[in-house]
Design a protein around this ligand. Structure first.
Ligand SMILES: NC(=O)c1ccc[n+]([C@@H]2O[C@H](COP(=O)([O-])OP(=O)(O)OC[C@H]3O[C@@H](n4cnc5c(N)ncnc54)[C@H](O)[C@@H]3O)[C@@H](O)[C@H]2O)c1
Length: 388
């Protein structure tokens, strides 16, 4: 089958820029797709950051320190942007206004007003595909859980919990970086870094978030600055959000947590849904394991646990006997984005829409207010989605 070439530019050649470039290089791994991505341009203000790309990707014809040069390049179809949060607004709006499709990193604006500016650019360019990166719902366990919820197997939802936990910040000698400072990461702190990952599936499952009562904690307040001194580490480390959620006429408590300091956890993303008919849970802590409970009247109540085979939204060359990991989820997310760009409907596996990122901003902004005022804060009712 002839595949449609997609000329991709990458802005921000750090952790995530490399990850997406690696997924592009591995793209033939995905079977039956329409799009065929090729990295043709990279940009980073630090020239050496581009070396790995230019050393390994012979299709790159532009390597620039000025993102506006990449945005002006008419030989690019799609841009993936992974830059610090304070730059999202300016970089993303410039990309969208250039007419190039954008897969932008979360939180999609450092704060609510930056996010609004990005949403305005989306509304002004309704035919430009704009999506937000979020990988974890592509794990087989998350896919299975989402299908299980959609099937109605939970019955009436009693409660749900979702979280994303890290541990490396427990070390007070871990040096400061831009993600630990309000000026570059934003006032959301750990919610801006980890929060969209946590709300992606709840929002996609159609749960309305009606109010939030937040407890935000700052545990380590300064970190080594790399020059022998210490710099203020002024972002929230952990966020505990008690959300009132609704699906149809049912209201239930949804506990969301994003933690940079969760001792023992490395990149643990999880979701658990408990209902009157059944319950299910998945965590990347045990990425093969799916746990399920089915209520059977008169029988002993017990959870079942089983290993999931490798299973992906878009088929791949990998056999079912192998394990699925973050880079597989990233590849699946990229396929969802590029298939949509190529005109194929990825259905419920469509990447996060700008309106969903907007709802996450409403939640995090309300959480900041809740923490400040020590009270429950109502969230705006969800409006009709407008952008593609
Ligand atoms: N989806 C995920 O799982 C995930 C994981 C980590 C980070 N992120 C997100 O990805 C984005 C980047 O995070 P990261 O971990 O890759 O950070 P990083 O610090 O590793 O990389 C950011 C890169 O942007 C470059 N940069 C800074 N200013 C620039 C400019 N004006 N033009 C071009 N490049 C510039 C930096 O030099 C750096 O190389 C953030 O939005 C972050 O929230 C997503």
């Amino acid at each position: 089958m002839m595949r449609k070439p997609v000329r991709l530019g990458i802005i921000g050649c750090g952790l995530m820029g490399r990850e997406i470039a690696s997924a592009v290089l591995r793209y033939p791994h995905v079977l039956g797709t329409t799009a065929h991505p090729v990295v043709v341009a990279v940009c980073d203000t630090v020239r050496e950051k581009m070396d790995w790309f230019t050393d390994h990707i012979p299709t790159i014809v532009q390597a620039t320190e000025d993102y506006r040069e990449l945005v002006a390049n008419s030989d690019i179809d799609v841009v993936y942007a992974a830059v610090p949060h304070h730059l999202h607004h300016i970089v993303y709006t410039d990309i969208i206004r250039s007419g190039k499709a954008l897969l932008g990193e979360k939180p999609f604006g450092i704060d609510q007003s930056a996010n609004e500016a990005i949403l305005t650019a989306c509304r002004e360019s309704p035919n430009t595909l704009v999506r937000v990166a979020s990988e974890f719902p592509y794990f087989p366990g998350a896919v299975t859980l989402a299908e299980w919820v959609r099937s109605g197997a939970a019955g009436k939802i009693i409660e749900a919990e979702a979280g994303f936990w890290h541990a490396s910040d427990l070390d007070p000698e871990k040096p400061i970086n831009w993600k630990r400072q309000v000026v570059t990461n934003g006032e959301y702190g750990c919610m801006g870094d980890l929060g969209l990952h946590v709300v992606h599936l709840p929002l996609r499952l159609g749960w309305q978030l009606e109010s939030v009562s937040a407890h935000l904690t700052q545990i380590i307040t300064q970190r080594p600055d790399g020059s022998g001194g210490y710099a203020a580490c002024d972002t929230w480390d952990n966020a505990y959000l008690n959300v009132r959620a609704r699906v149809n006429d049912d209201v239930f408590p949804l506990q969301l947590s994003t933690k940079r300091i969760a001792p023992g956890h490395g990149n643990t993303w999880f979701i658990r849904v408990v209902g009157t008919e059944g319950a299910a849970s998945f965590s990347t802590e045990n990425p093969k394991v799916f746990r399920q409970f089915e209520f059977r009247r008169g029988l002993p109540q017990s959870w079942q646990q089983y290993d999931l085979p490798y299973r992906s939204v878009f088929p791949t060359v990998t056999g079912g006997i192998f394990e699925f990991g973050f880079s597989d989820a990233n590849l699946q997310m990229l396929a969802a984005f590029l298939e949509e760009w190529a005109g194929n409907d990825p259905g419920p596996w469509q990447c996060v829409r700008p309106e969903e990122a907007q709802r996450s901003h409403a939640l995090f902004t309300a959480a900041l207010q809740s923490e400040r005022e020590r009270r429950e804060v109502l969230l705006p009712l969800t409006g009709k989605e407008e952008t593609k």
